[in-house]
Design a protein around this ligand. Structure first.
Ligand code: SAH
Length: 352
């Protein structure tokens, strides 16, 4: 049985700017009939706006060095027990080559902040673009405008920078030496430079409420991102949040579904974190409206060192395992670039 109030909230968030109360109603659903209804609606919206397919992106975690101090992340600079590595450009190129040879048309380069110089990253991007006809997404954290400019000029296509939270006080509580305004400024710079911009949040970070998540979804709806990553918070034992409970899988799935319905177009991964809980929830993520899988192409010897949270499942995937995921979710695997689906994307000003 689906309550009329749930049906009404769903149809309102589909057709107009989402009201906070409606988002909260839908995020809070726990009755199995109602959550199935919500997740099925999200899949229908995804299939209409993004087609019935899963984009695949090859993830390479290029460095675990970080000068930042995010309270939730195992790579924060105060974690003296974290192992730190930085892949050489040749090593990254080798991983990129492997991904390209398997048909991947996107690599995502992710790292902590300040693992390598601006110049060496620019060189790396240029080398990748020269050798392989693939899209390059960056996920390297907050940097000055000049860095983003250098990397765009070198050929980078996309940039992922999760907002983490739109609540200023909550944001500061998670990032003692950072402010929400800097994060927003970085996202504005990325857009101005013509990057396909991605954002997102974790679900279940201590101090976050349903109402915080609802406001974050309003932010996504207002600002339209090409990509939105949503995953559960997983406590890392060497962080200040070690003793806190992890994010709830159902609330994470509801957040994916509600975000899909409210924002329609973004590429949304069934995140690695969703696949790293007591079991692999990525399939449920796809069944709640997600449409990206990111196989891990970080060389084996570095995988365990990129420990943003414990037991991270860095699955490489095979064409068969991807086909299997696709079939089970009734979606085709799309090995293409899968660029932004936002209607206004083509009108973004490219940089000189
Ligand atoms: N340094 C880059 C990449 C960070 S890792 C950046 O700042 O953007 C990518 C994402 O992993 C983060 O944005 C965060 O939302 C998520 N993450 C970090 N620690 C986590 C944890 N303990 N549990 C779940 N997700 C986490």
């Amino acid at each position: 049985m689906i309550r009329a109030s749930v049906r009404d909230a769903l149809s309102r968030i589909q057709s107009a700017f989402p009201r906070r109360e409606d988002l909260e109603t839908l995020l809070s659903l726990s009755d199995p009939d109602e959550t199935s209804y919500l997740h099925a609606k999200a899949c229908a919206v995804r299939n209409t706006y993004c087609q019935e397919r899963i984009a695949v992106r090859a993830l390479i975690e290029i460095s675990s060095v970080c000068k930042n101090s995010c309270n939730y992340c195992g790579l924060n600079r105060y974690n003296g027990e974290a192992s730190r590595y930085t892949m050489s450009n040749n090593e990254v190129l080798k991983s990129g080559k492997l991904a390209a040879s398997q048909g991947f048309m996107t690599v995502v380069l992710q790292s902590g902040e300040n693992g390598r110089t601006t110049e060496s990253i620019a060189q790396l991007i240029a080398q990748i673009k020269q050798e392989f006809p693939i899209a390059v997404s960056l996920s390297l954290g907050e940097h000055p405008y000049e860095d983003y400019l250098a990397w765009k000029r070198a050929g980078a296509d996309r940039y992922l920078l999760r907002i983490e939270s739109t609540d200023e006080d909550f944001y500061r509580s998670l990032h003692t030496d950072r402010s929400l305004s800097t994060r927003l400024e970085c996202l504005a710079h990325l857009r101005r430079l013509g990057y396909q911009a991605g954002s997102g949040i974790m679900v279940g970070v201590p101090g976050q409420s349903i109402s915080t998540i609802a406001r974050d979804i309003q932010f996504f709806s207002e600002n339209q991102f090409a990509m939105i990553g949503i995953g559960p918070f997983i406590p890392h034992p060497q962080t200040p949040l070690a003793k806190c409970p992890g994010g709830d899988p159902l609330l994470t799935l509801n957040t994916i579904a509600v975000t899909r319905i409210a924002t329609k177009y973004p590429w949304m991964p069934a995140t690695t974190a969703l696949g790293s809980l007591n079991r692999d929830y990525r399939m449920e993520g796809l069944m709640a409206g997600a449409n990206v899988i990111m196989p891990n192409f970080t060389p084996q010897r570095y995988k365990s060192q990129y420990a943003i949270y414990p037991n991270k499942q860095s699955r490489a995937e095979t064409p068969e395992s991807l086909e299997h995921l696709g079939k089970s979710a009734n979606l085709a695997i799309d090995y293409g670039r899968c660029d932004s689906l936002l209607p206004e994307w083509n009108t973004c000003t490219p940089i000189a």
